[in-house]
Design a protein around this ligand. Structure first.
Ligand code: CA
Ligand code: CA
Length: 559
């Protein structure tokens, strides 16, 4: 009798547990879909699947932001560049560095747990462009994050205990992981860095419960595959197209949009052809990894114009018609608007100085290369706009539906460019370019906070950065505000309509991170991670000598 009862109880309990788990997962998935609207939490990289980094919160606004003050600061005890976007869920804030994951009380900054990541020492000389991590993803009680040595791990969100760890690539090949994972339709999706090392890019889908790899889509088309004829011989196998940032997701269309980077080597004459899917956006079915459509921004790219920062999903009226678009400030200097249902190009206009192409042909969707690029292909030495760091780098922009403007930290610099002979060595840069860094204009600002009309690429206003341009992300709010940070450490609020700076606060190190805003018990807070470094460190700007390293998390309020 006892045995039977316990058996029945066991079975019923098991079924109930499964049902409860499925329910929790469904709830968790629904919360992710609602993230852009739910103000009490920040569940996704991009503050919503649409990547708009826009909050409807307006308690802190252009009239009272001058009274904003720091509520708390937390030391990350880490001297590297801090590019992490905080996640806020269920009374806990999660922040990543390259070698730790921390859980904090978002109201006090008190550490709840901290989990170290062991990394092999030689990974540090391999990782291109900064020892960074850009944040975690949360789903079904687990926190997911990538590691510099190309693994993805899952931690128990309550305790920080590691639940599983899966390997994506061999870091000794020059592949690394720095981006925040994306959870779409119950799949954990990650990209890979290493486009400068003669690697082959890919995007992976993982099972959240176990870390089992569900699918992989390679981002260069191999010989014999569809698109394989856009590469000579087997050049696609070292052809780059890294996928090192987080994509966006449209749950209605069930499409994930993921950006890819430069071809390998940079010298495109060594890989004649369009080189699919270099510098593209891929629209992917998250459950299967099926490639539904693609659009290539820079075919046969010479200039390291990564399109990895995929941009924002916006619903807007174009010529009186409601359109679901994907809008991107491409590193190549053009601001793109694509129909995100099918990848059709709707607009592409320069938002910074451009001389590598005369225009993007709206009929063919292709750039028309300029005489400058023609001379370079013939062996010339030319000054190219924009530079290798682009019209905008990886740091994401934000959208304000009231102004209809995109807020981005844009760059105003060129670079001297000449082809050279590429030579592949495992784990070393594979460029084939006479690389001499970037050129700062002497008589102009080197970058701006720009408020850009996506259809024209023109800025309604620009706030010039004195000296050092900003490589921080931006946050927009219904309070008519844009939040961003300076390379020299000032976190600031700017009037979204006029570009007037309304408030600033020195965070102690440079800001290259991604501000977020959230609320608790009806009160609004703004948080950002501070810590100089990242790609800018490679450019050797002597003005950064007066900006100390040191990662910290800050939270602000209006009292
Ligand atoms: Ca939210
Ligand atoms: Ca690159």
């Amino acid at each position: 009798m006892v045995q039977i009862r316990s058996l029945v109880g066991g079975v019923a309990g098991g079924v109930m547990a499964v049902a409860l788990m499925a329910g929790a997962q469904a709830q968790s998935l629904e919360a992710l879909k609602q993230d852009a609207k739910s103000t009490d939490d920040v569940l996704t990289y991009g503050m919503g699947y649409n990547n708009q980094r826009y909050s409807p919160l307006k308690q802190i606004n252009s009239r009272n932001v001058a009274n904003m003050t720091a509520k708390w600061s937390y030391s990350l005890n880490n001297p590297q560049g801090q590019e992490s976007q905080p996640i806020v869920f269920d009374g806990v804030m999660y922040v990543t560095t390259h070698n730790t994951t921390v859980a904090l009380d978002p109201l006090t900054g008190k550490q709840l747990w901290k989990q170290d990541i062991e990394l092999p020492q030689d990974v540090f000389k391999m990782a291109c462009c900064g020892i960074v991590n850009r944040g975690a993803a949360i789903f079904d009680g687990k926190l997911f994050r990538a590691t510099l040595d190309a693994h993805i791990i899952a931690l128990d969100a309550k305790t920080g205990k590691q639940l599983w760890k899966s390997k994506a690539a061999d870091y000794k090949d020059g592949q690394a992981m720095t981006g925040a994972p994306l959870i779409a339709n119950g799949v954990v999706i990650t990209g890979i860095a290493g486009g400068e090392y003669g690697t082959r890019g890919f995007i992976d889908g993982w099972e959240p419960a176990t870390g089992k790899k569900l699918w992989r889509i390679y981002t260069t088309a191999a010989p014999g595959e569809k698109g394989g004829d856009t590469w000579p011989g087997d050049t696609a196998m070292k052809g780059g197209a890294p996928s090192w940032l987080t994509g966006a997701y449209d749950p209605e269309l069930d499409l994930v949009y993921w950006g890819t980077g430069n071809g390998g080597p940079w010298n495109a004459e060594a890989r004649k052809g369009d080189n699919l899917y270099v510098d593209s956006v891929l629209a992917i079915r998250p459950s299967t990894g099926e490639l539904v459509w693609h659009y290539q921004f820079s075919p046969n790219d010479l200039y390291d114009y990564d399109a990895t920062e995929v941009g924002m999903l916006v619903d807007m009226k174009i010529n009186g018609e409601n359109k679901k678009v994907l809008t991107q400030a491409n590193r190549n200097g053009f601001f793109y608007v694509l129909d995100r249902t099918n990848g059709k190009l709707l607009a592409a206009n320069p938002y910074v100085k451009v001389n590598w192409a005369d225009k993007i042909d709206l009929t063919t969707g292709r750039p028309v290369e300029s005489d400058v690029t023609k001379r370079i292909r013939a062996g010339g030495d030319e000054e190219v706009w924009p530079s290798v760091v682009g019209g905008k780098n990886w740091n994401p922009m934000s959208w304000n539906p009231s102004t209809g403007l995109a807020y981005a930290n844009t760059l105003n610099m060129s670079w001297p460019y000449q082809l050279a002979k590429p030579e592949y060595k495992r784990g070393e840069w594979y460029l084939g370019v006479n690389f001499r860094g970037v050129t700062m204009p002497k008589d102009q600002p080197h970058g701006y906070l720009s408020a850009i009309d996506p259809m024209t690429g023109k800025s309604k206003w620009q706030m010039a950065w004195p000296g050092q341009p900003s490589m921080a992300g931006t946050l927009s709010t219904a309070g008519d505000l844009v939040f961003t940070g300076a390379a020299t450490g000032e976190f600031m609020a700017v009037n979204a309509s006029t570009g007037e700076k309304l408030w600033q606060f020195q965070t102690g190190s440079g800001i290259i991170g991604l501000p977020v805003t959230w609320s608790h018990n009806g009160k609004q807070y703004v948080s950002v991670v501070s810590g100089a470094g990242g790609v800018w460190g490679l450019l050797g700007d002597e003005r950064m000598a007066s900006v100390p390293a040191g990662g910290s998390v800050w939270t602000f309020e209006v009292r």
